[in-house]
Design a protein around this ligand. Structure first.
Ligand code: PMP
Length: 427
């Protein structure tokens, strides 16, 4: 029995399913989750001290790789002055100033503790600002687990959403409209019918929760246009793409501007931080300035703020994003070539240093239906084969993968060689 198997058995006695977030349980791929003891740069080490090249990177935020010495040093130094005050600190202003300087349309920003809180608060703000209840989201996009967002498309998607979890009131789900990602016409049709009831659109500008699906040309532009025409707000959820797809996220990369931007994980250097920010006139509706309530005892935590500040300082090094993209391209091309040589139908998507592989005959994957039609059984065998070779991919075929600055050329070569071996045996 491996140490992870032993630890998983113990964890299940006290924690539902043995995990504190469902995807960690390896349900989709089968087997036992790795229990991680430590991580450094591109590597994870499990409880048996086996090393893995990590392409999950804590689901995105570790752009610099794990445990960057300068980030860790700043965290330790700050922690020595106290862990939480529930009162303002200078560090919050410093990080807020940095975000407002870098992001378009961000005049004011409020810190929270997770991506879920960021999107939940952004939706409340959009509803409070517009005085409207309905929101539009897209199939296959994930924005955290708040009630309004745990909703899938109903039979009449235009008028009715269906809760995707027990515990979400149908009456609340009614206000969430779920449309097809990358279908600009569907968005136009919806706004033509009920545009005056819609408070906001929330979108992952590159969908990273159905593998990796970038926007087709014109999709994000259409969202901006219909929001402007109908007085709705555009919430661009950059929890995954922020400081990942480019220094200024997907908005910088695709030349689109949100009314409210949500950020997460990365702005805390991997510590529990989220944020939502936007135009002054919108953000001024938040308490204590305005009537829309939002709060948090731990929000703006000093240790998390300094981890974020240090991370943001380091990732602004000249040429860093170009290098990350170049490494990502090399890895993706290498794995696609290995699949082609093995006669396994595969395609890939990428956006900056976010990427994903699809076991499919389709030449290009642009929507949720195509993602769902991929060969997940083949992915599962690929996943376990790679794990055995010492490469850690996300334990589900619906997740994006991430490159970090810590991945060396040798790591990339080792990963491609592992993929070649595993794909050759997939059949
Ligand atoms: N938005 C997006 C785009 C996400 O990918 C996630 C989670 N990965 C969330 C929101 C929710 O963030 P958290 O898990 O920190 O609550």
């Amino acid at each position: 029995m491996s140490k992870s198997e032993q630890l998983f058995a113990e964890a299940r006695q006290y924690i539902p399913g043995g995990v504190n977030s469902p995807v960690r349980a390896f349900r989709a791929v089968g087997g036992t989750p790795l229990f991680i003891r430590r991580a450094e740069g591109a590597y994870l080490y499990d409880a048996d001290d086996k090393r893995y090249i990590d392409y999950v990177q804590s689901w995105g935020p570790m752009v610099l790789g794990h445990a960057h010495p300068e980030v860790i040093e700043a965290v330790i130094e700050t922690a020595q002055s106290g862990l939480s005050f529930g009162a303002p600190t200078e560090l919050e202003t410093e990080l807020a100033e940095e975000l407002c300087r870098l992001w378009p349309n961000m005049d004011l920003v409020r810190f929270v503790n997770s991506g879920t809180e960021a999107t939940m608060s952004a939706i409340r703000l959009a509803r409070g600002y517009t005085g409207r209840d309905k929101i539009v989201k897209f199939e296959g996009c994930y924005h955290g687990h708040s009630d309004s967002l745990l909703v899938k498309a109903g039979s009449g998607a235009l008028t009715m959403g269906v809760p995707s979890s027990p515990g979400v009131p149908a009456s609340l789900a009614d206000h969430t409209i779920t449309l097809s990602y990358n279908d600009a016409e569907g968005v136009r049709a919806c706004f033509e019918q009920i545009g005056d009831q819609i408070a906001c659109i929330i979108v992952e500008p590159v969908a990273g929760n159905m593998n990796c699906v970038p926007p087709v040309p014109g999709f994000l532009e259409t969202l901006r246009e219909v929001c402007d025409q109908h007085g709705a707000l555009l919430i661009v959820d950059e929890v995954m793409t922020g400081f990942r797809v480019s220094l200024t996220g997907a908005q910088g990369h695709y030349g689109i501007e949100a009314d409210i931007t949500t950020l997460g994980k990365v702005i805390g250097g991997g510590m529990p931080v989220g944020a939502f920010g936007g135009k002054r006139e919108i953000m001024e509706k938040i308490a204590p300035l305005g009537p829309v309530y939002q709060a948090g005892t731990l929000s703006g935590n000093p240790v998390a703020m300094v981890a974020g500040l240090e991370t943001l300082r380091l990732i602004q090094e000249a040429g860093l994003y170009e290098k990350l993209t170049e490494k990502t391209d090399r890895l993706v091309e290498g794995i696609l070539a290995a699949a082609a040589d093995a006669g396994i139908p595969m395609t890939a998507n990428k956006a900056g240093s976010m990427f994903g592989f699809f076991f499919t005959d389709d030449a290009k994957v642009t929507n949720y239906q195509q993602v769902m039609a991929c060969n997940s059984e083949r992915f599962n065998r690929f996943f376990h084969g790679m794990l055995e070779q010492g490469v850690y991919l996300a334990p589900a075929s619906y997740e994006a993968a991430f490159m970090s600055t810590a991945h060396s050329d040798a790591d990339i070569e080792e990963t491609i060689a592992a993929a070649r071996k595993v794909l050759g045996q997939l059949g």
